[in-house]
Design a protein around this ligand. Structure first.
Ligand SMILES: Nc1nc2c(ncn2[C@@H]2O[C@H](COP(=O)(O)OP(=O)(O)O)[C@@H](O)[C@H]2O)c(=O)[nH]1
Ligand SMILES: [Mg+2]
Length: 457
């Protein structure tokens, strides 16, 4: 089954194709006439092609083309042949290049999705293209790509209703999965041939969506488990001479490694949802220059649970009792961090334990200096919040959007909104991982909890 996406230049045709077939490599540009030839893009699940969308160049000279078609009277039953004659006459010639290019797939049997941008007022000069499309006799549907305030929507609907079977409103830059399913549902009514194909496509896409969510939860769960257990070891020459500088450097490397793990998990998450363009861009970013740095003060201020919640869920207890504050395990062991001493003095150890992203104890034994794991009670919650926020951004992103993925952390993380029972369960898994290491059971338990949390996003 093929659908030709047609309309004037710069109305969002390529955006609609990109979103519906989940292809973020399709060229989308603010300048008109970016698409010069018709190009087919298939939506696949695994190796299976569900349907194809054909991105076409915009109409250029519709009134002149219609005039040519109407040179002589053409009865309704011969109009399609007349369009075919138009194509045969001008195809390969310098005239009506774009018209021929866009009519080609339709004359080969593709159904028509006509795209308009309803942020501009309706003008009767669109009617020539409506009529040409009508003359092809292929089933057609209009898509109102609503980018503006919707002021002209009613006019457009009234006009389009004269020529197309149905008019749908669709914003290719904001459509989430459910919205895309709604469009496929509507496309079913285009023709008898379309119905079974789209029914099956929707079924497969829904199954695929569920398995993507599952895969994403596992990626996130594995990353969190690894990160909360991570420790870095370096050999030291002289046990007495570990300088503050060495420790500072080691702490930086320790954090960089966790940042890297997080970036890798994000890349994997993006891939699960077919975002290819996000990869390179993220890789180029300097983690320390990011406003949303994992170990940034702001991150630790806005995300994670409050001190009270950490105590209620029991996340705090283990960490406090487990030697985080009393960091005197092993030979020479101490905490570092900017102004730790001062903070200990003024705020007390409790505050520090909850909110310090640098709370990783150092241990020196047998000529090995070890840092980590990071025991701050809020650490796993911050990782989880950031993971969930990233997921929200991915689920809200369409393949028509270009540029950086914006993850909004300033309004707090989703974990604080989870039910008390869910929070307790998650806290219990975190604790289990901290005490007993990573097991398959705890990873999949955490994945299940993450999956549940995602459903509420
Ligand atoms: N905000 C927003 N911008 C859109 C939408 N659809 C298209 N655009 C923008 O309009 C321009 C043209 O889009 P494109 O898909 O290349 O149009 P085409 O020439 O018809 O293929 C691009 O700058 C898009 O970013 C939309 O739904 N919302
Ligand atoms: Mg285009």
């Amino acid at each position: 089954m093929k659908f030709a996406v047609v309309g004037r230049s710069n109305k969002g045709k390529s955006s609609i194709v990109a979103t519906l077939v989940e292809n973020d490599e399709i060229l989308i540009a603010p300048t008109p006439r970016t698409t010069q030839i018709s190009q087919e893009f298939a939506l696949k699940v695994g190796e299976r092609t569900l349907f194809s969308l054909i991105d076409t160049p915009g109409f250029e000279e519709a009134p002149a083309a219609l005039e040519w078609l109407k040179q002589e009277p053409v009865p309704a039953h011969q109009r399609r042949q007349r369009v075919q004659a138009f194509y045969d006459t001008f195809q390969g010639s310098p005239r009506f290049t774009f018209e021929c290019e866009l009519l080609k797939p339709i004359l080969e049997g593709a159904a028509i999705l006509y795209v308009v941008d309803a942020s501009h007022p309706y003008r009767p000069n669109f009617e020539a293209e409506f009529e040409i499309l009508q003359w092809t006799g292929e089933p057609s549907l209009a898509l109102l790509n609503q980018t503006g305030d919707g002021r002209y929507v009613a006019d457009w609907q009234a006009a389009l209703g004269q020529y197309f079977r149905k008019t749908l409103i669709f914003n290719a830059h904001t459509a989430r999965f459910e919205e895309r399913m709604r469009i496929l549902e509507e496309l079913r009514f285009l023709s008898d041939a379309a119905r079974p194909i789209l029914d099956e496509a929707m079924e497969l896409l829904k199954t695929q969506h569920q398995s993507r969510l599952r895969a994403a939860s596992f990626i996130l769960a594995e990353f969190i488990c690894e990160a909360i257990l991570y420790r870095k070891k370096v050999p030291v020459k002289d046990e007495s001479g570990v300088s503050e500088q060495d420790k500072e450097r080691l702490l930086q490397e320790f954090q960089d490694h966790i940042r890297k793990m997080e970036r890798e998990s994000r890349r994997a998450l993006a891939q699960v949802f077919q975002f290819k363009g996000l990869d390179s861009e993220e890789a180029e970013l300097n983690p320390k220059a990011q406003p949303d740095d994992l170990f940034g003060r702001e991150t630790w201020e806005f995300l994670g649970l409050s001190r009270g919640e950490l105590i209620i869920t029991g996340t705090a207890a283990g960490a406090l009792a487990g030697g985080t504050i009393d960091a005197s395990v092993g030979g020479a062991s101490f905490m570092v961090g900017t102004g730790v001493g001062a903070m200990l003095g003024s705020l007390g150890t409790g505050y520090l334990a909850f909110s310090d992203p640098q709370l990783a104890g150092f241990k020196l034994a047998r000529r090995m200096l070890t840092i980590g794991p990071l025991k701050s009670p809020n650490f796993p919650w911050i990782l989880l919040d950031r993971g969930l926020l990233f997921m929200i951004s991915i689920l809200n992103r369409t393949h028509a959007q270009r540029g950086r993925l914006l993850v909004d952390e300033k309004h707090g993380g989703p974990t604080a909104r989870l039910s008390k029972t869910d929070k307790r369960m998650i806290a219990w898994v975190f604790q289990k991982v901290r005490w007993m290491g990573r097991t398959e059971g705890s990873t999949s338990r955490l994945a299940t909890e993450i999956r549940k949390a995602m459903e509420q996003l």
